[in-house]
Design a protein around this ligand. Structure first.
Ligand SMILES: [Fe+2]
Length: 328
């Protein structure tokens, strides 16, 4: 199974949020080259090539590691059921099918090294493995590179470049040029292509209380910040170690001086604001004790199904309001 192009990009964005660096744009360039070459070959799937190019370094999500990014990427993609991407995470670093040829630190545990060796020994390389190996060597963070210059750079940085890998890269280039019948740099638009900036979006997880009393629900108007005056359900961010229920009880205590009973999860809202992605778990709640004193909000109303639309809800709440109208 493969993720879609959008899903793959989302995985890269998410990974960049964890470990920002030039590897994101390097991956975009590799994806671009892979797509173009696959397309020019005629017998390969350009979409698949793009997605595999995009994900080959996804193991970088888990930190600045050398050989470690190979096992991290492999394990991560396997855990999501993306076996073909997992294979690429593994094979892109070993042109000659051996761990020993790896350029860079062997910063892996014994178990990780065993995993890499074991998987590598039972893996057969196909056209896509070969293609991404080549594209990895062509891809810079600012665009498509001359492969000999790029290998020379790596040689300078690490003090050496294994001859076997150098030769393998040139063989790969000749192979794909032969297959396409075209110059690789023309196909990859070396002088034109510039990878886009990848926007890293923050991810914020919050909990919200839909407090009910009879057929009414309790809405509050935000009294501060960017979304001041918008209407919402009270709640807030979870703190480390809290369950959603505990976070909600604490937030309502702080904001409204009230103890609540947290019932079932009504909905989980996923919403993209321009600056961040919001995940909001919304629970049905009831007041246990207290009188909903507005300590942070500027106004509050008890709304019925009929007048739920009488206030200006925050953008993320709109879908939830429709769902509530059907459920109430
Ligand atoms: Fe890599």
């Amino acid at each position: 199974m493969l993720p879609t192009r959008e899903e793959a990009l989302e995985l890269v964005r998410d990974a960049l949020a964890c470990n920002p660096g030039p590897w994101g744009k390097h991956s975009l360039t590799a994806a671009h080259c892979a797509e173009k070459i696959a397309d020019a070959c005629g017998d390969m799937d350009p979409e698949k090539a793009y997605i595999l190019g995009l994900l080959h370094d996804i193991g970088r999500k888990f930190g600045v590691r050398h050989l470690g990014h190979v096992s991290d990427g492999f394990t991560y993609m396997k855990s999501l059921g993306y076996d073909e991407a997992a294979k690429i995470c593994l094979t892109h670093s070993f042109h000659n099918h051996t761990v020993e040829e790896y350029i860079g630190k062997f910063d892996v545990s014994e178990e990780e090294l065993e995993l890499i060796k074991r998987e590598l020994s039972k893996t057969e390389y196909d056209e896509y493995d070969r293609l991404i190996q080549l594209c990895d060597s062509l891809a810079g963070a600012e665009g498509v590179l001359d492969i000999k210059e790029r290998m020379g750079d790596v040689k300078k940085r690490y003090g050496s470049y294994p001859q076997a890998k150098w030769d393998a890269n040139l063989r790969l280039m000749n192979y794909f040029e032969g297959k396409m019948g075209q110059n690789i740099y023309l196909v990859c638009e070396k002088d034109i292509f510039v990878p886009e900036e990848i926007t890293i979006r923050k991810h914020i997880a919050v909990v919200a209380a839909i407090i009910r009393s009879g057929d009414k629900i309790f809405a509050t108007q935000r009294g501060y910040g960017e979304f001041k005056d918008g209407w919402e359900f009270p709640g807030g961010k979870m703190e480390a170690g809290e369950t959603p229920q505990q976070a909600l009880q604490r937030e309502i205590r702080e904001e409204l001086d009230t103890e609540i009973e947290v019932g079932e999860l009504f909905d989980t809202v996923e919403y993209d604001y321009p600056e961040f992605h919001l995940t909001m778990q919304c629970f049905l709640c009831a007041v246990k004790s207290g009188s909903l004193v507005l300590k942070e909000h500027e106004a509050a109303r008890w709304l019925t199904k009929e007048n739920l639309d009488s206030v200006e809800w925050l953008p993320a709440d709109e879908g939830l309001i429709r769902k509530l109208q059907r459920a109430l």
